[in-house]
Design a protein around this ligand. Structure first.
Ligand code: NDP
Length: 330
């Protein structure tokens, strides 16, 4: 069996040296436990935060220990009621070929309802993040103009499309390549999109949203947040889902320099964690699974093969190599 461990904590942008690939014996399940052979691993930006020792909402990874995270596998051994060999389960033990699990930490997935890896992305945590951010945090209303950053990523691509389905007047996205920008407008139905590397975000957003924006779904922070504040209409809402532009920062980053507009515009800005919105999971799946099944909601996955390549997939994710959800196929 193979697993990826945190070898050292990165300073700034992580490198392959921060990870170890270790060959271990296939673990033996104890009584009442499951042995799972993983098939898909999730690669996520929040892992960058857990690689550092700073206190945050999720405990730091321990140096020398496996990189935990979302994973899907097939039950190989089970003496537990309700779990049989061949069952597909979702769990959180991360970047390894095999995992031993207590059943309370395994969620069964009904195969056939959707392709299995969708449960790590569009029908999983990143899809739920988009859903909760728009509807539970930003309280999206019909007729809103919505700006989504990181729009070609796992969360952003779902957020933009859901905003459109729920009657937004105009949905604008930003992403880091011309190809991603084309995908947003030509395939996903965004009304406008721009490459944030082409020109200052404030300028490009003002052009794309001549009547301003009502909701900003922030995946990026920094210059994007500042631009959104400039374009925000009276009583606008900002949902802060992520600030990926700052995850590798080695110095404290400046606040948006225009934050004082919060008074005149009376806008609200709210951080979110998907873990607080688990109660929406059922309604989310009920609404989104049919959209996925009949192709109205489009999604993309960038798939990398082999556990050994999970660290490179992670570095590539931070550098923007993915369109949609970044996954490792074991
Ligand atoms: P993505 O699929 O969006 O992948 C990350 C993307 O970020 C890259 O593809 C890259 O795309 C973009 N990016 C990287 N660096 C920068 C930068 N400096 N400026 C702008 N864009 C950059 O990941 P997810 O969909 O999983 O996550 C999106 C965001 O949501 C992240 O900030 C993440 O931390 C957050 N998140 C928060 C959750 C919560 O509960 N609050 C839950 C899940 C995710 P590009 O080519 O466009 O640069």
């Amino acid at each position: 069996a193979l697993e990826i461990r945190l070898a050292s904590r990165p300073h700034g942008t992580p490198t392959l040296e921060n990870f170890d690939l270790v060959d271990v014996d296939v673990p033996t399940p104890g009584p009442g436990q499951l042995l799972v052979r993983n098939t898909w691993l999730s690669v996520d930006p929040y892992m960058r935060g857990r690689m550092s020792s700073a206190k945050s909402y999720a405990a730091p990874y321990e140096v020398g220990k496996v990189m935990h995270g979302g994973a899907i596998g097939e039950v190989v051994k089970s003496d537990v009621d309700g779990f049989a060999p061949g069952d597909t389960v979702l769990h959180g033990l991360g970047w390894r070929t095999h995992a031993v699990l207590d059943p309370k930490h395994a969620t069964k997935i009904e195969p056939g309802a959707a392709p299995v890896p969708a449960y790590l992305g569009v029908l999983g945590l990143t899809g739920l993040t988009a859903y909760a951010g728009l509807f539970d945090v930003a309280h999206l209303r019909e007729g809103d103009t919505v700006f989504v950053s990181g729009a070609a990523g796992a969360v952003g691509s779902v957020a933009g499309q859901l905003a459109k389905f729920r009657g937004s007047k105009r949905v604008i996205g930003s992403a880091g390549t011309a190809e991603k920008v084309r995908w947003l407008t030509d395939e996903l139905g965004f009304d406008a999109a721009f490459n944030y590397k082409d020109a200052p975000v404030t300028e490009q957003l003002a052009k794309a949203a001549p009547d301003g924006i009502d909701v900003y779904f922030d995946n990026v922070g920094g210059e994007h947040l500042e631009a959104a504040i400039d374009s925000l209409n009276l009583h606008g809402r900002i949902v802060v889902c992520g600030m990926i532009s700052q995850y590798n920062a080695t110095e404290p980053t400046p606040a948006p320099r225009n934050l004082s507009q919060i008074i005149a515009k009376r806008f609200t800005m709210r951080g979110m964690l998907v873990g607080d919105h688990q109660h929406l999971r059922q309604e989310f799946v009920a609404e989104v699974a049919p959209l996925v099944a009949d192709g109205r909601l489009k999604y993309s996955e960038t798939v990398v093969d082999g556990v050994r390549n999970a660290p490179q997939a992670f570095l590539d994710l931070l550098a923007g190599a993915n369109t949609g959800k970044m996954l490792v196929r074991v």
